[in-house]
Ligand binder design. Sequence first.
Ligand code: PGA
Length: 279
Amino acid sequence: MLNLHLLVASYFDNLALNSTLVVNLSLQSKVEIKKNQAVRKIIIAGNWKMHKTQAESLEFVEKFKSEIENTHEAREIVLCTPFTSLTVMSKNLHGSRIQLGAQNIHWEDQGAYTGEISGVMLTEIGVSYVIVGHSERRQYFGETDQTVNLRLKSAQKHGIIPILCVGETKEQRDEGATEKIIINQLQQDLVDIDQSNLVIAYEPIWAIGTGDTCESYEANRVIGIIRQQLDNKNVSIQYGGSVKPNNIDEIMAQPEIDGALVGGASLEPASLARIANYY
Ligand code: PGA
C-alpha cells in the first residue's frame, strides 16, 4: 500500500482553500480528500456595462478565445455584455468554454415594462448568468433591495445563475458601517432565494471604476463576513472593484475570494485574459 500524504496548497485549481488539503493516495487509486472547506467554483466575469457594439463584441471574442486557450479548465469565464450583443455573442460562443451573461433581468416573463428584458428572452438566447443589483443600477436607476430580490427569484426560476452585487459607499465605510450595510443588503436581497444557484460579488462602491482597489486582505475579510451570513457556505463569492492584471494574483491568493467581477479591465482581450490566467 502506497500511502502518500500530500500537503497541497493549490492542488485543484477550483478549490478555494483556507486550510491544508490532505490527499491520501493508495495503489487502488482511492483518493480521499480531507479538507475544512468544500469545493467552490472560481468565476472570472467581465462586466462590459454600456460598452461595445455587436461588431466590437465579436472583435473582442476573436482575440480573447486564443488568449484563454491554456486557462485552467476549472475556471469559469463569463462575459456579461449589453443586451444588444447577446444574440451575436451567443452564436459566436457556442461550443466555446465562455459563458454568456446579461446585466439585468426583469421579474415578470412579459408585460408592459418598457425598457426591460425578461428571463424568457434571456434563456432563449442562451444566457446562463445575470448580474443583479449592481451598484450602478442601485445608484442611478432606483434599484432597491426589494426589486433586487424579485430579479434574483426570476433568474433562478429560469435557471440563470444570478451574480448578486453588494457593497458599501465610501461614506458608509468611513462611518464604520460596512458590515451593517452588507448584512442588511444580504438579509433583504436573499429572502426565499435558493443559495445553491447563486454567486455573490462583493463590490465596494468606492472601488468601482476608481482605480482605488480595496486591499485584498480587507476584501477577504468582508467576503468572510458575507459567507458567515449564508446557509450554503459553498456559494462562490467574487471580489469586484478596480480588478486589474497587476492586482489579480494578490486578490486570488486570498482564501475567501472565489473569483472577480471585472469592469474596465474586461474591455481589452489581453487584459481580461491575464486576469483569467492569474497565478
Ligand atoms: P471596475 O468595475 O472593474 O471598472 O471597477 C467593476 C464592476 O463595476 O463590476
